[in-house]
Design a protein around this ligand. Structure first.
Ligand SMILES: Nc1ncnc2c1ncn2[C@@H]1O[C@H](COP(=O)(O)OP(=O)(O)OP(=O)(O)O)[C@@H](O)[C@H]1O
Length: 264
């Protein structure tokens, strides 16, 4: 399956009692099939707002988002979302959580069973299949969340800081698994992070956003062969370059907060 996301002149304004918050302004992005794209920027620059608009959870105030030429009006099976907070059903076991979307689609039971068995294998969850989410570590829960999205076979995976709450080792091992899955299943991935290192480790392309309003500050193609070595010179050169860009936005954020405080 193939997909292409086209974001054209997208702006998003949140109306609040005090003020209007311009979260995104005139975002233009074209994401080809199979590209791994990271949205990078400090807190509040609109990363989640943009991802939610692509997911169809909320609508842009102006502009349009299309997938394969069709306007996004709602959520859809072509776009699977993985959140930071492991959105699993607590009353279902691991295998029931993974099977959920397929059951809803009324897939024949033998097909569901074989699909779930394959995903349990891929995500190294076989021995945990009868457990409930509360009896799993954060890393395990996130594996289940990823398996659940893969079960639906969405050509596009939308991921909102999925590894943000994990320790460094678990995070690296899930990043490696995600890269493997992405290469094997040829997904298009839009991945939100505020970790510069994570974005360089994972992405084909990094979109740095400005702080309020969120606009595209830099569109960077990452031309480093995989597997990428975070201690290599080219990795560190890019890290410094992106670090300077993100820092500028971080400072704008702090200044905006200080101005807000002094006007209180
Ligand atoms: N429902 C809402 N109502 C009002 N303002 C909102 C709403 N949702 C987001 N915002 C504002 O829009 C801006 C962008 O928020 P968003 O959550 O997209 O940023 P982010 O880059 O994902 O940040 P973080 O990394 O902290 O999640 C922020 O200033 C935020 O306060």
């Amino acid at each position: 399956m193939t997909a292409q996301i086209k974001i054209a002149q997208v702006s998003k304004i949140f109306k609040t009692p005090g003020d209007d918050v311009v979260a995104l302004r005139d975002i233009n992005l074209e994401i080809p099939n199979g590209q791994f794209v990271c949205l990078l920027g400090p807190s509040g620059c609109g990363k989640s707002t943009l991802l939610n608009a692509v997911a169809g959870f909320s609508h842009p105030t102006s502009g349009s988002i299309t997938v394969d030429g069709s306007l996004i009006k709602d959520t859809g099976p072509d776009r699977g979302m993985v959140f930071q907070e492991y959105a699993l059903f607590p009353w279902m076991t691991v295998e029931q959580n993974i099977a959920f979307g397929l059951t809803i689609q009324k897939m024949p039971q033998e097909l569901i069973d074989s699909k779930v068995a394959e995903l349990l294998e891929t995500l190294k969850l076989v021995e945990f299949r009868k457990r409930f989410p509360k009896d799993l570590s954060g890393g395990m829960r996130q594996r289940v969340a990823i398996a659940r999205i893969l079960a639906l076979n969405s050509p596009i995976m939308l991921m909102d800081e999925p590894f943000g709450a994990l320790d460094a080792l678990t995070r690296r091992s899930l990043q490696d698994e995600l890269l493997k899955i992405w290469q094997e299943h040829k997904k298009t991935i839009l991945f939100v992070t505020h970790s510069i290192e994570e974005s360089i480790y994972l992405a084909d392309r990094i979109i740095v956003l400005t702080y309020r309003p969120g606009t595209v500050k830099r569109d960077v193609l990452v031309d480093i062969p995989r597997p990428r070595d975070p201690s290599s010179a080219e990795f560190n050169a890019l890290k410094r370059e992106l670090g300077a860009l993100v820092m500028e936005e971080q400072q704008r954020h702090q200044q905006a907060e200080l101005c807000g405080l002094s006007s209180d």
